[in-house]
Structures are given as structure tokens and as C-alpha cells.
Design a binder for this molecule. Structure first.
Ligand code: ZN
Length: 603
């Protein structure tokens, strides 16, 4: 048996199993070190080009480096550990001993002999630029006492995070490619000089990092994993719905989308996509707060599974394979492609996910994703007693918007959703649920400023200075329950009220609280009994029936010396065309309930 095998058996394995290592062995190989790594400025690398294949390729390359296995056909971090003779576990057997405790979402945590730590760090840090030409990774390590691994892991992990943050700050800029004037720039990133001409699928000049992205764009491994999970019945949905438009013999021929246009074609309006950015709230800290490596590993695994299960179930429940998608073969020349998956999973990390779906399905996918993730964690005692929620930023926009732009907008929305989650965490809301903020982008010009600034001005907030009051024309961000209620309200309003009337109400609300109420009450008085009942139903859904505050407003908590009133009519208006239409049966059922509500009021 070689020395490292012995180190693994007598030092590493006991630690992994929550036991103490053999004392006479601990100082072998220089002692035990904890090593962590995290990729740098990944957004710049992934969204450098605006084309979906390059974005997908970049993401596939990164995930391969991070979580790939020896023999996968491309270099990866595990190979580096294996080359040093360290145990890296087994793809087929998750229980096999491994010095890698966690790998995913661009990060890594491992226990290694001190004698090897510096060399491992150097090799890992060299791997990323070598394979991507652009992306880098930061790696840090520190020697640890055995008592820290068993019981005092939390302090150790806090120190490790600090080391990592500092190392990142001190880091040099990423590799720089000088574009000498006569050099032709890459047709994809437009930044680096083009190195080679690429003829498939079309004639383009590319730099080698972009060329490599294109080469890795032919598959989306998450889409494959999704289909496997769906077919094996592991998801919380019936596979038949997703596959309703395809016969079983065609399963292997489902393609992935070539661009946002193809995903948008599956939306009812055939032109919008939704970009969903989901991230767990403080969930990473719950993992880091583990007492031992064994618990840390278990929690990471639960998180990893819950996120995939939630993403895949949400896609399976609300989407179905798209047929007859038009694909541009040459400029201006289209051809029908067979079946495609109407989504793109850009990434699924430990507690985050980034996906693109058809615009009209995005709200449903987001809500299910949030609910499933939280329910998935709650099932496990490791998370059952903690507040483990998810927040989502969702932007729904025309397919022609640059992905980078949509992503940074979704990031802002995510921040806003997380802020609401923090507020809710202080109110003992039960059962705890996460939050969603969204924006339906009608034009880019509406966003010359950041989100919170945007929402604090017209047409989102109308301030009446003399009365010291603000009328706020949105209820966002919403909890899942509120988002479901909003969807239902929009479905009912879309079915039961004429568009012209909703337009007029929206215009009136933008003139402030008083004008909004006057117009609303005037419209209400002129409405027939059926519409009156419907408006009453919406009022009741959103608690707009206080005798002191005329509808369609609700009184909010005062802030900074201003009285505040809110309404959800703008929210309803924005998503009218982006929610599934009510079926006749559902509509009859709701109408019956609306009528009952109106009758009980009369009594
Ligand atoms: Zn390029």
C-alpha cells in the first residue's frame, strides 16, 4: 500500500465518517489541509457573447472543469487530484471515499495532505485559463487541526471564506488579449483578435476561447439530465404532459434551442422569453454552519438534489416539447426543425439556477421552482427547523434583447426579492416562503436607471407632496402565495373584463390615489352585475375593502414620514397576456364562486 492510500484510509476516511483519525498518522504528509476554490468573474466569461450556443458552451466548459470525471474526454479538477494519487470517489458510487467534499456551482472544497496542497492549488489555478483562455479560479488552503474538522468546522469555514475573498481581491486581472489594429476581431465576443475561421454552422472568424465555446455548445447536459429524470418518473409531474406532442420513437431526436428566438416561438405571443434567476436565501450559510465534514457533505448533497429536482419538475410541469419551430438556416432563409426542448438551462449550481423559458410560462415555472425547492429541503431534518427559502428575479422580455442585459436586470430583481425575504424573516411569517420580483420589459429605454430608483418614481410611485402620501402602483416583490393569487386575478380579469376598461383604469391610477379611486368607483357604478361581482372578487382577494380606504387601494405601512397606499392593478395589467388562459371549466367554477361571494354580500 502506498503512503497516500494509507493516509486516506487512516486519516481522511475517519474524518469523512465523523470519527477521529488515527492519532499517530495525523502528522503524516505534513498534516491535513482544507482547500477551497471558486471561479472568478464568471458572468463576463459566460455572457461575453450574446449568442445562445456560446453562452451554453461556456457554461458547459465551466461545469465540466468543476464537476467532470477522469475519462469524460475533457480536463477537469478531479483529474488533478487523481493524478496526485488522492481518492476522488466514483461516478457510479456516491458513497466511495473522496478527498473532494463538494464540487459544483463553480466552487470546490477538499481535504488534502499539507504536502500536496500548494501543488494542487497551482495546478487548479493553471487549469482554468489553459482550458478557457479567459476564465480564472482562485484557490486557497490552510492547515487544520483535527478538532476543527470535528465540531469546530464552522469557525474554520468562516476563516476559509475570508481567505478566499482576500485572495480574489488581490488577484491580477484576467488574461489580456491585445487587439492590434490590423487584426480582425472575433465575430462572437468582439473583444479578442480572431484566430481561425469557422465554417460550421456558418462562416465566422473566431478567437480560440470562443471557438472552444462553440465546440462545447452542441449538448446541454442539464437538458439531458432533465429528460432522464422525467422519463424515469423521479420528478413530481407526469412525463406525458411534457411529451404530449411527440411520439416515443422521436425521443432521441429532441434538439436544444439554437437561439432565444426558438424558445420564444413556444410562447403564446411567439416573441417573448423569461429569464429566471433563482438563489437560496442564506442557504449557503446553513451548510457552512455544519459542525462536521460529514454533515457538511450531507447538506450539500441535499441542496444539490433539491435544486435539480425543483428546476426539472417546474420545467416538466409547465412546458412541453415544441414542434414546428422555424430555424434560420441562412440569412433570411428558414427551415422547420423537428422537436425542441423549449428552454435553456444556463446553469444549476448548489443553491442557484439560471434558466430561460417561453415568456408566457415563466411565472408558473418560477413559482413551482420556488415551492418545490423549499419543500424539497423541508423534507430533511437537516433543514426542517431552519428558514430555508428561495428568491427569484424574473424578467420577461422580447427575444431580441441581449442575454447579458436580461441577466443583469434579473440580478437586480433578485436583489429586490431577497430584500423582501429578509423583511419577512423578521416577522415570523409561517409557513416561511420565498419571494419573487419580476419585470415585463416593454422597451429598453424604460431602464435608464436602476430598479429601486425606477420604482420610486413615476409611473411606479406617485407622490402627493401636500398630503405627504405616496401611491405605489405595484405590490412586487410577491411571496409564492401572492404570486399565485396575482396569476389567478390576471386570468379572471383577462376573461371577464374588456381590455379597454383595464387600459382606462391603468391611466387613471397613474394620476394618483384620488383620481384612481374616482375613476374606479365611477366605472364600478356603471358596470353590470356580473362585472361588479368580478371587481368585488378582486378587491376581496387583495384586501381592498376597508371602509376607510376607497378601492382599488390598500393602506400600507407608513415610511419616512409618508402615508403609503398600494394597488395590484398595474401588476395584473402587466401579466394579462403572460398567464395561461382559463379553460371553460375552470372559468365556470370561478364564476360560480364569484357569484356566491356577491350573493353572500347582499345577504
Ligand atoms: Zn471571441
Amino acid at each position: 500500500m502506498n503512503r497516500l492510500d494509507e493516509w486516506s484510509r487512516r486519516v481522511l476516511v475517519p474524518i469523512l465518517e465523523g470519527r477521529n483519525p488515527e492519532t499517530d498518522m495525523i502528522q503524516q504528509e505534513g498534516g491535513v489541509a482544507i482547500l477551497s476554490a471558486d471561479t472568478d468573474k464568471i458572468k463576463e466569461y459566460v455572457f461575453e457573447s450574446d449568442r445562445l450556443p456560446e453562452i451554453r458552451g461556456a457554461s458547459m466548459i465551466l461545469d465540466g472543469l468543476n464537476t467532470g470525471w477522469p475519462g469524460d474526454g475533457s480536463p477537469n479538477i478531479r483529474e488533478i487530484f487523481a493524478a496526485k494519487g488522492l481518492p476522488i470517489g466514483n461516478k457510479e458510487d456516491p458513497g466511495a471515499p473522496s478527498c473532494i467534499i463538494y464540487a459544483g456551482g463553480g466552487s470546490l472544497l477538499a481535504l488534502v495532505p499539507v504536502n500536496l496542497a500548494e501543488k494542487l492549488k497551482a495546478d487548479i489555478e493553471a487549469l482554468y485559463p489553459r482550458e478557457t483562455g479567459v476564465a480564472t479560479i482562485t484557490c486557497v488552503w490552510q492547515p487544520i487541526g483535527v478538532d476543527e474538522v470535528q465540531g469546530r468546522l464552522k469557525e474554520l469555514m468562516a476563516r476559509q471564506s475570508l481567505l478566499l475573498r482576500r485572495a480574489k481581491q488581490e488577484k491580477d486581472q484576467r488574461p489580456f488579449f491585445e487587439a492590434i489594429p490590423p487584426a480582425r476581431r472575433c465575430d462572437s465576443c468582439g473583444v479578442r483578435p480572431a484566430a481561425e475561421v469557422e465554417s460550421v454552422p456558418e462562416l465566422r472568424w473566431l478567437c480560440w476561447p470562443c471557438k472552444k465555446k462553440v465546440e462545447n455548445s452542441l449538448k446541454n447536459l442539464w437538458a439531458e439530465e432533465f429528460l432522464d429524470a422525467l422519463l424515469s418518473g423521479r420528478l413530481d409531474c407526469e412525463p406525458t404532459k411534457y411529451l404530449e406532442k411527440i411520439n416515443p420513437a422521436e425521443l432521441d431526436s429532441i434538439q436544444i434551442a439554437k437561439d432565444l428566438e426558438e424558445i420564444a416561438q413556444a410562447s403564446r405571443d411567439e416573441k417573448s422569453v423569461g429569464l429566471i434567476y433563482a438563489d437560496g436565501n442564506g442557504v449557503g450559510h446553513l451548510v457552512e454552519a455544519s459542525g462536521t465534514i460529514e454533515v457538511y457533505r450531507r447538506k450539500s448533497e441535499i441542496l444539490h438534489t433539491a435544486m435539480r429536482q425543483a428546476v426539472f419538475t417546474a420545467l416538466g410541469r409547465h412546458l412541453s416539447v415544441a414542434q414546428n419551430i422555424k430555424r434560420e438556416i441562412k440569412k433570411g432563409k428558414y427551415e422547420k426543425v423537428g422537436a425542441i426542448h423549449p428552454f435553456e438551462i444556463i446553469t444549476i449550481g448548489g443553491d442557484d439556477a439560471l434558466l430561460i423559458v417561453p415568456g408566457d410560462r415563466a411565472l408558473d415555472v418560477a413559482i413551482t421552482l420556488g415551492r418545490m425547492f423549499e419543500a424539497g429541503l423541508k423534507k430533511h431534518e437537516e433543514f426542517a427547523s431552519s428558514r430555508a427559502t428561495l428568491s427569484i428575479g424574473l424578467v420577461i422580455a422580447d427575444r431580441r434583447n441581449p442575454v447579458y442585459f436580461l441577466h443583469s436586470l434579473a440580478e437586480d430583481l433578485l436583489k429586490s426579492a431577497k430584500k423582501r425575504d429578509r423583511e419577512l424573516s423578521q416577522t415570523n411569517q409561517a409557513p416561511a416562503e420565498g419571494t419573487l420580483d419580476f419585470l415585463v420589459l416593454k422597451s429598453q429605454t424604460m431602464l435608464s436607471t436602476d430598479l429601486s430608483d425606477l420604482r420610486s418614481h413615476f409611473p411606479w410611485t406617485i407622490t402627493a407632496e401636500p398630503q405627504r402620501e405616496k401611491a405605489i402602483l405595484t405590490g412586487r416583490p410577491f411571496t409564492w402565495t401572492e404570486a399565485e393569487r396575482l396569476k389567478r386575478s390576471a386570468q379572471v380579469v383577462a376573461k371577464g373584463l374588456p381590455r379597454s376598461q383595464i387600459h382606462a383604469l391603468r391611466r387613471a391610477l397613474r394620476q394618483g390615489r384620488l383620481m384612481g379611486s374616482l375613476f374606479y368607483l365611477y366605472q364600478w357604478a356603471r358596470a353590470d352585475e356580473r362585472r361588479k361581482a368580478l371587481l368585488r372578487w378582486v378587491e376581496k382577494e387583495w384586501g381592498m375593502q376597508s371602509t376607510l380606504v376607497p378601492p382599488p387601494w390598500v393602506k400600507l405601512e407608513p415610511k419616512a414620514g409618508y402615508k403609503r397606499y398600494g394597488t395590484v392593478w398595474e401588476d395584473i395589467y402587466e401579466i394579462l397576456d403572460l398567464v395561461p388562459r382559463l379553460g371553460d371549466e375552470e372559468w365556470q367554477e370561478i364564476r360560480a364562486r364569484i357569484r356566491e361571494g356577491a350573493e353572500s354580500e347582499v345577504k
